[in-house]
Write a protein of this length. Structure first.
Length: 202
């Protein structure tokens, strides 16, 4: 047999949307030109020594390459498997809690997420329906500006391809307490003759 496959393709395990490719190499001992045709689940998918894997669908798919010579000889490579895993939706382990603080003060809110090493995590913090910040960890410091407000956080786990899934935390309530007026100097009293005025200071 004149066609010799010198490098077989390898199976791939990846996540939805990841960029991956199969590779092969071969020689023809008589020097005749050879071509490469890739098949996915029995249907031709690409030509050339490399084949970009289609990772847009979750599941397992078979690939192989047929090496053809102009002499009419053909040899199939090993059949390999492309396994495309779904993006894992973030799991919130502990939820953010309601809090009460004086108006004008800061309060740090935090919660815990089961972060997986395969994903990048983004935390988008909302207050009264509007996004106020984006962080890379589940912690954010809110400024208390009103008597009452509602807030929540959207957690997104994503791959470099941009594919991702999100989970929204429970809504928590921010209660603002008015600050008490503090009298620094007590009013003073003084006895004065009738007809004279006196101004106290506070």
């Amino acid at each position: 047999m004149a066609i010799q496959i010198t490098m077989q393709p390898l199976s791939i395990n990846c996540y939805l949307g990841d960029y991956r490719s199969f590779s092969i190499d071969a020689t023809e001992t008589t020097g005749a030109p050879i071509g490469f045709n890739w098949f996915r689940d029995g249907r031709q998918a690409a030509s050339g020594k490399t084949c970009t894997a289609n990772t847009k669908t979750v599941g397992s798919f078979s690939y192989y390459c047929r090496v053809n010579s102009i002499t009419g000889e053909s040899v199939n490579s090993n059949t390999v498997t492309l396994t495309v895993n779904d993006i894992v939706k973030p799991v919130i382990l502990t939820q953010p809690q309601d809090f009460e603080e004086y108006i004008g003060s800061d309060h740090t809110v935090s919660f815990t997420v089961d972060e997986k090493a395969a994903f990048a995590y983004k935390y988008e913090w909302y207050k009264d329906g509007a996004i106020v910040a984006t962080t890379s960890d589940p912690e954010y410091t809110y400024r208390v500006t009103s008597v009452t407000a509602t807030a929540y956080c959207v957690v997104t786990a994503s791959r470099p391809s941009g594919y991702g899934k999100s989970t929204t935390s429970n809504t928590f309530t921010i209660t603002g307490k008015p600050r008490e007026v503090e009298i620094v100097i007590e009013p003073s009293s003084k006895t004065v003759p009738i007809g004279y005025g006196h101004e106290g200071t506070v």
